[in-house]
Design a protein around this ligand. Structure first.
Ligand SMILES: [Zn+2]
Length: 159
């Protein structure tokens, strides 16, 4: 990966999450401790944080809207932010930990709405809108920044 792009995505991630995770510092530590090319960040800590935080948020939102789900799992898909199954299981992408808080809520409400409407019909979007009247802003954010976020968190490599 080009250094310029790496810097750009790290900067983007930092501005989204603030200094809480101190990613740049971790990044430097990891790079310094590995002498060869193919240096990677595994985001172990962030995944752990995501698992706990997403489970809490999903539980809160589903309670507020009286929608029950079965199990929650953390996913590592490259481009898919969330999914759900007929068994009412919800999967949320750990990479959302780097997105602004409203984005996670939107993805959760999107998936919870799929438990009623297993499609993207007008009725589905009306359901999402009732849960989150400003959902379009968040949906647009994901469309605009999703690829960058996905790329930035897909094991950053430097040569
Ligand atoms: Zn959907």
């Amino acid at each position: 990966m080009h250094k310029k792009l790496t810097k750009k995505v790290l900067k983007a991630i930092e501005s989204w999450i603030g200094i809480r995770l101190n990613l740049r510092q971790r990044y430097r530590i990891i790079v310094r401790s590995q002498p060869r090319a193919h240096r990677k960040i595994k985001f172990t800590q962030e995944k752990k944080l995501a698992k706990a935080h997403f489970a809490k948020r999903l539980s809160e939102i589903s309670n507020t809207h009286a929608i029950s789900y079965n199990k929650f799992r953390l996913s590592s898909a490259k481009t898919r932010w969330g999914s759900c199954s007929r068994k009412r299981n919800i999967n949320l992408n750990w990479r959302l930990i780097f997105a602004p808080p409203g984005i996670l809520d939107y993805v959760i409400m999107h998936e919870l709405s799929h438990l009623t409407h297993m499609n993207h019909s007008k009725a589905f979007w009306a359901h999402v809108e009732r849960m989150m009247p400003d959902y379009k802003t968040h949906r647009a954010w994901l469309k605009k920044n999703g690829r960058l976020l996905s790329r930035a968190t897909n094991k950053i490599q430097i040569h």
